[in-house]
Design a protein around this ligand. Structure first.
Ligand code: PLP
Length: 244
């Protein structure tokens, strides 16, 4: 447990150093501590060590943890960062403070409907599959901005997402391909930032402030490219316990 406090402190030092190297303010970057696969005791330890934001990738795994920490003060903000099946969208709308993994128009519409039923606004990020890997979820940025027809389709979908009344679009999220070294992930991060800049021009009715990108192996490179949210699991909690 002391380990967790020391590791979180260390991540903050690295975030601050990467931000300064990039001429950015460290406070502009939020650390989401990804507690997936670990039990509520470790999530609680992260909270005690000053973590403000916790990330989970499965609704059914997160539910008991969120319940276990419901009375914690201050309570954490919970981020859903994994693929959300539409039949779990209602539970997600009840449990999470932000859904970072909105990866299709249909899911966005479903989440909007449940948020309306619950009479809440739902902050979301739109997950983008920048690299085009078939294994990755997300709105496809196939061929990038240069593929005009595909890009027009993407914009048309996103225009419908930002029109959904209960969703509060805050920005974009991506997962870089597994490439082994962080520098190799930078083009993915740069493309996400460029997409965000273009969306801010084309769809100014939404906010596009947030760029959630960078994990244990590449969060400093992501900060160099403009990340405002980094999602760090293993460097805080150690190796994952089971799935993924
Ligand atoms: C697991 C996960 C993370 C954290 O990954 P680490 O390599 O453990 O830091 C970040 N983002 C998503 C979407 C994840 O599923």
């Amino acid at each position: 447990m002391e380990d967790i406090a020391a590791r979180i402190a260390q991540i903050h030092v690295r975030i601050a150093a990467a931000a300064r190297r990039a001429g950015r303010r460290p406070e502009a970057i939020t650390l989401v501590a990804v507690s997936k696969t670990h039990g509520p005791a470790l999530a609680r330890a992260a909270l005690a060590a000053g973590a403000t934001d916790l990330g989970e990738n499965r609704v059914q795994e997160a539910a008991p943890k969120i319940a276990a920490l419901a009375a914690a003060a201050p309570r954490p903000r919970w981020h859903l960062i994994g693929h959300l099946q539409r039949n779990k969208a209602r539970a997600a709308a009840e449990l999470f403070d932000m859904v970072q993994s909105v990866d299709s128009l249909r899911l966005a519409e479903t989440l909007d409907r449940y948020a309306a039923e619950l009479d809440r606004r739902m902050p979301v990020l739109l997950q983008i599959n920048v690299s085009g890997e078939a294994s990755k979820e997300g709105f496809a940025l196939a061929g990038g901005v240069a593929n005009r027809a595909a890009y027009a389709r993407l914009i048309a979908d996103l225009e419908r997402v930002v029109a959904l009344p209960q969703l509060e679009v805050r920005g974009l999220m991506t997962i870089a391909p597994l490439v082994g070294d962080a520098e190799a992930a930078r083009p993915t991060f740069r493309l996400l930032r460029e997409l965000r800049d273009d969306l801010a021009r084309r769809l100014p009715q939404a906010r596009w402030d947030e760029l959630s990108m960078g994990m244990t192996d590449d969060f400093e490179a992501a900060i160099t490219e403009g990340a405002t949210i980094v999602r760090v699991g293993r460097a805080i909690f150690g190796d994952r316990l089971d799935h993924e």
